[in-house]
Design a protein around this ligand. Structure first.
Ligand SMILES: [Zn+2]
Length: 315
């Protein structure tokens, strides 16, 4: 879906979102949440109808060289047990290597003699065996890899063939459909979200200075003061609509709440009162309220004209 299609859809959706919010009393925020859930389920539908991934190619294993001990010395000393100069027997290890006693060495120097180390030959054999083992192992692994590659080629062939099957075409169709609706619902979500913020701020269409609007605003102001003062008589009995009085009864939770307001707030007031809509005795207002302890915004609150005055109708 192109960006300008989304922009167009946004403008198509904005009117129903406002209408549902204002006249059917479905809050735009609730619409946004419902649309978000729908969007997520459409997204999972796209995933559900996704094509299978291409089969993974096998990886050739590399045979490691088995560990071999460190190479020993190639030559070793031939030890002497009698001094080559004076014939005395040698017990000191250093003298045995030098083949000369510790006295004679001072004037004659050492007479080292070397021979090939038989352990070095053993080591060379071990090392060669390890290298042969590695070569043989690698040949085995190569063969396995060869077979795996053959199997893989077959898998790829089957996979590619499946992508041209009628089932794959059906999957693609379902995917396209889900993607399309996902886009539509996505735009509807942003529209509802924008509506949630716009409603009550950008919408006032009523004349703010008509006698009706002025009377309504002063009723809202009076009601808010009575509400925070905990004046149940004034707020409820005098200013609730017939519908609210009937619905809440004489000992409702709403009444008790207002009663308690006297102790918790004591005083409060409404400001920035805006008449959003005023039509045939029914109205919507938005305003800010503050009591010192608590402040906030009321968006699109319903009021009705009954018994010669404006009555609170948000129940
Ligand atoms: Zn000696």
């Amino acid at each position: 879906m192109r960006w300008w299609t989304r922009v167009l859809l946004f403008h198509v959706f904005i009117a129903p979102v406002f209408a549902l919010h204002m006249w059917a009393h479905v809050p735009a925020g609730v619409m946004a949440v419902a649309l978000a859930i729908t969007w997520l389920s459409l997204r999972s539908l796209v995933t559900k109808h996704a094509d299978p991934n291409a089969p993974l190619a096998p990886v050739r294993q590399v045979a490691e060289l088995p560990s071999v001990r460190p190479e020993p010395a190639r030559r070793i000393h031939v030890l002497g047990y009698t001094c080559e100069i004076c014939g005395r027997s040698l017990t000191n290890a250093e003298s045995q290597r030098a083949r000369v006693g510790s006295e004679c060495i001072k004037s004659h120097g050492p007479r080292y003699r070397f021979t090939a180390n038989p352990d070095h030959d053993r080591w060379a054999e071990e090392d060669a065996r390890a290298r042969v083992y590695q070569v043989v192992k690698q040949a085995e692994l190569n063969q396995l890899h060869e077979r795996a590659m053959d199997a893989h080629a077959l898998e790829v062939e089957n996979w590619a063939a499946e992508l041209t099957s009628p089932e794959a075409a059906e999957r693609a169709r379902l995917r396209r459909k889900a993607k399309f609706w996902r886009s539509v619902v996505g735009v509807a979500f942003w529209t509802a979200l924008a509506g949630q913020f716009a409603i009550g701020h950008a919408l006032p269409t009523a004349d703010q200075n008509s006698p009706d609007a002025v009377a309504l605003k002063s009723a809202v102001s009076e009601y808010t003061v009575a509400y925070f003062k905990g004046d149940e008589k004034q707020a409820v009995d005098a200013m609730w609509s017939r519908a609210c009085l009937a619905e809440s009864g004489p000992s409702s939770a709403a009444r008790s709440l207002i009663n308690m307001n006297g102790a918790t707030h004591g005083s409060g007031y409404a400001s920035d009162i805006t008449v959003i809509r005023l039509d045939a005795g029914e109205a919507r207002v938005s305003y800010k309220y503050s009591s010192g302890q608590k402040s906030g915004t009321v968006a699109s609150q319903p009021w009705v004209f009954e018994f010669g005055g404006w009555k609170f109708d948000d129940c």
